[in-house]
Design a protein around this ligand. Structure first.
Ligand code: TXA
Ligand code: MG
Length: 347
């Protein structure tokens, strides 16, 4: 991890609804400053993606290892294509065109061979680059206006949960970044699906709400999950390293619903789906009055939207012993959520 040597700054809150505030955000970004911006997935920490000095500040502000590459965000498909070197790769080009047309703007990031002008600092020295078009209209208009792509990792200190409100951004980055543009809560709530399109097989490197079935239907070909244990997959997508998305509480334990009885009668805070809560209550009886149960939605889209809010809520009491019950559900829509929950475990 980098040393957290940053110059403390005053972080200003700008409002997405105010024209003057957006002009201020654009000026800051042109001056190689750091501005957190809303996207439909989570808030991102933006900097000029073609400027090494600006990109470097991102790694310092987030305390992010330089080995973890960044996603470049653009406002249209032509700008995205210009960041790749796939013009002579017909298979990758055709996949790009189909996905760009049907899924963008939206929670999908495409990875392929990078164009020469993409800074190696953004790709962690790798020869592939990750690119997406976010659906938030304010952020897209801002990117169009400034005329350069933005690197935007999630706007949180490294390893902590991604932010879905401007308050979450300030919870870990206040004083470390120049501004945050507040546009309320994010719609999707978990990070984009990251998909590599220039190998023999299309591979999901990070699952998200655009799932394998949707990708396969769009591409008319098989799509593979890059499924490996949370600890052993640093090489292909370093952001998948274990211990990610983790709230800062005394402990975080992740378990299946058949293991939860060990915790049910204790005072640990249990986070679980509403339906799981009621069936466990039926089996195991009521929990004690001083035991907190955080109930989440039974619908995967609503669960994703609420998840990080609930994790930041749990942080309000740093003594919390948090137990997360993994939803037992094979539906593809849950796979991204289960991935995030497993990576929240902190022993
Ligand atoms: O929804 C999102 O993707 C959000 C919003 C702000 O756009 N951004 C985000 O960025 O989640 P970050 O940096 O927190 O996660 C980026 C992920 C990491 O898992 C990283 O390893 C992977 O994308 N990634 C980035 N560039 C890559 C590359 N060239 N090859 C493989 N994986 C890459
Ligand atoms: Mg992140």
């Amino acid at each position: 991890m980098n040393s957290p040597e940053y110059q403390s700054v005053k972080t200003i809150r700008l409002m997405a609804s105010r024209r003057d505030d957006l002009i201020r955000a654009a000026t800051l970004l042109r001056d190689a400053k750091l501005v957190a911006l809303p996207t439909e997935t989570v808030y991102g920490l933006a900097a000029n993606g073609l400027n090494d000095a600006a990109i470097e500040k991102i790694f310092v502000a987030k305390s992010r290892p330089l080995t973890n590459p960044l996603i470049l965000h653009v406002h249209d498909a032509d700008s995205a294509l210009a960041l790749f070197d796939i013009k002579n790769d017909r298979r990758a080009l055709s996949r790009f065109q189909r996905l760009a047309q049907q899924m963008w703007p939206g929670p999908l990031t495409l990875v392929a061979k990078k164009a020469p002008h993409v800074p190696l600092l953004a790709t962690a020295k790798g020869l592939s680059v990750a690119v997406r078009i976010p659906a938030n209209g304010v952020t897209r208009a801002l990117i169009k206006e400034i005329g350069f792509p933005l690197v935007m990792p999630s706007a949180n200190l490294s390893t902590r949960p991604s932010p879905t409100t401007a308050d979450h951004v300030l919870a870990t980055l206040d004083g470390r970044i120049d501004a945050v543009v507040d546009d309320g809560a994010c719609d999707v709530g978990i990070e984009s699906s990251v998909v590599k399109i220039d190998d023999d097989v299309v591979r999901i490197l990070r699952p998200g709400m655009i799932d394998a079935r949707m990708l396969a239907a769009c591409l008319d070909e098989e799509v593979e999950h890059h499924t490996s244990a949370p600890t052993s997959d640093r090489a292909l997508s370093p952001g998948l390293a274990a211990l990610h998305y983790s709230p800062l509480v005394a402990s975080v334990t992740v378990c299946q619903s058949d293991e939860v009885k060990n915790y049910w009668l204790k005072t640990d805070t249990i986070l679980l789906r509403r339906s799981d809560y009621f069936s466990l209550k039926n089996d195991l009886g009521s929990r004690s009055d001083d035991a907190k149960s955080i109930l989440t939605s039974d619908d995967p889209r609503a669960f994703a939207r609420e998840l990080y809010e609930k994790l930041y809520d749990a942080e309000r009491d740093p003594h919390t012993a948090l137990v997360i019950v993994i939803p037992h559900d094979n539906q593809e829509a849950w796979s991204a959520i289960v991935d995030r929950l497993r990576r929240a475990a902190r022993s």
